[in-house]
Design a protein around this ligand. Sequence first.
Ligand SMILES: C[S@@+](CC[C@H](N)C(=O)[O-])C[C@H]1O[C@@H](n2cnc3c(N)ncnc32)[C@H](O)[C@@H]1O
Length: 338
Amino acid sequence: MIPANLERAVYGLYATHALHVADGNGVFDHLVRHGGDTAGKISAALAVDEDTLERLLLVLSSFGILDADDGHYSLAADVRPYVDREDPRYLMGFVGHLIGSTTEQFGRLADYLEVGKAEADRDAPAPFDTLYRDDESVGRFLNAMWSLSHHVSHELAALAGLEDSRQLIDVGGASGPFSVAALRAFPRLRSTVFDLPQVGPHLAARAAEHHLEDRLGFEAGDFFRDPLPAGDCFAFGYILSDWDDETCAALLRKAYDACAPGGRILVMERLFDDDRSGPPAAAVMNLSMHFETQGRHRTAAEYLELLRRAGFEQGEVRRSGGDKHLVIGRRADRGSER
Ligand SMILES: C[S@@+](CC[C@H](N)C(=O)[O-])C[C@H]1O[C@@H](n2cnc3c(N)ncnc32)[C@H](O)[C@@H]1O
């Protein structure tokens, strides 16, 4: 008998594809709307082949995505928000990215294993030159970041407690998933997203959508070449995991220099367990960061150490109920600076 953990690892490929196909063919939309149905009724409603559909439904049931009761299929209650397009937790866009983009990257592992990433990628373009190769790619990437980051940002903003902050600088803030959540929670706060010029129109569209044009601004720049705007709170959401330790240290030092005395820095990232034995999402995304960026995922202690080296004090970790957590550092008040 194959052990259950090995069985899930081996057959997980089928589950990811089944999720993607079910989502793309409207199966989840149907189940969200109708509560549950037989394969016959679902296939008739969606005009798809019943035999193929039922095999797909059986895979999803075997992985606990669906509840099956005497040929009647419904969404497992805890899964439903993540497959419902109307819910901010909708995760199937990310599954599309895994199937459409990540899968083809696995081929590069052989080269990485043989000669190392630095050598294998010697002539490769910089990560954001590839991700932002045309307008459509910029839009697709920023939408993916919005769905990954916006929902949890409400919790992260509350955990950060920004009552005393006045000017947030959202470094690499994309189309504003964190800024929008923070501005809605803290009415006296203003935010500037500092990001590459291609991002500007997407941030302006989100600011308008959320009626935040007067408090949410954009400054175009390159955080490797340009100084950061001044503020009393700096957000780095999924930025440090794109870069190596040396690059992170330089970015954090820039933030320290631009931060008002007494101000704070908010690093928001996935966190490896202390012994790096999990969670699985951090481990698999750590492999993805290897293909797609020049970074990696870290433990809370590693982020605290990066903050300490940049000069930030009173490092603290606050965990959300999701995958993205908060590591806070503080720039000392003027009187107590070293
Ligand atoms: C992984 S996304 C993170 C987006 C957002 N902060 C979040 O938490 O979802 C990285 C962001 O860094 C920005 N970025 C990459 N290189 C940059 C650079 N050299 N200067 C400024 N921003 C940059 C990208 O445009 C993108 O918005």
